[in-house]
Design a protein around this ligand. Sequence first.
Ligand code: 2AM
Ligand code: CA
Length: 271
Amino acid sequence: MQNREESEMEAVLEAVIAAAKACGERMLQAKKIESSVSEKEGNGNFVTKYDEENQAYLRKELLRICPGARFIGEEDAKREDPGVGEAFVVDPIDGTLNFIRHYGRSAVSIALLQNGEPVLGVVHDPYLAETFSAILGKGATCNGNPIRVSSRPLCKGVAGVGTAPYYPELSAVTVQMVGTLFQNALDIRRSGSAALDLCDAACGRYDLFVETRLSPWDHAAGALIVREAGGKTSTMEGGPLPFDRPCSIVAGNPAAYADYWKLSIPAPDAD
Ligand code: 2AM
Ligand code: CA
């Protein structure tokens, strides 16, 4: 179904938030996380039984909410094009290494795309009991309260960075990006959850966020939340964020985002 009525989108949002919160509850109740870990392809790329349980639950629940939609979830997705019609793009636990280490910086990330464009996004952090959400054209909220990006320039700003450790071929460009931001911003942060980094940029805790490679489920919901909060998003080459392949990302308030391009940070090759 396309172009849902406003009231229908709000009902979908409420139901998606309830599903995300049920997953968050499972994360809070998780026991013996370390013994449920297995390693995925690539360096430092982990999955737990809780990622898989959240994803199985979300597949069932989200397809009940929107029966005609496709479901693309991190734990079984290859390179999938969300294509025409509706598709959910889901990270059942974003910040899995944080989850394994009890770092308390992990979230459930759910985006609904229509014809390849995000129209609804939810990022739920069970540890801080914060639920960020946005509907295209309707602004962004945290726990129902409207949020806006900051207005600080980069020189007075906090820049969140991601270091993509599972892609060793990107380590030189990543170190250059982190070093340049460190020298030009007030300070840098590296949280380990790109979805929450984007929400931190959306509500003004961060002023900019940059990572050299993310997958669609890491950014689909959070980047919509940034844009609906008045921020800018693109790849490090300046193009729109794709949903059929991994990409780099720059997101932030318009001032800090504009300052980023003055730094001449090289973009990774395989955008
Ligand atoms: P995850 O915890 O769901 O795996 C940290 O830099 C960010 O990168 C997190 O959002 C993390 O998501 C994500 N990430 C982890 N493995 C990845 C991979 N192989 N490709 C792209 N992003 C990844
Ligand atoms: Ca994940």
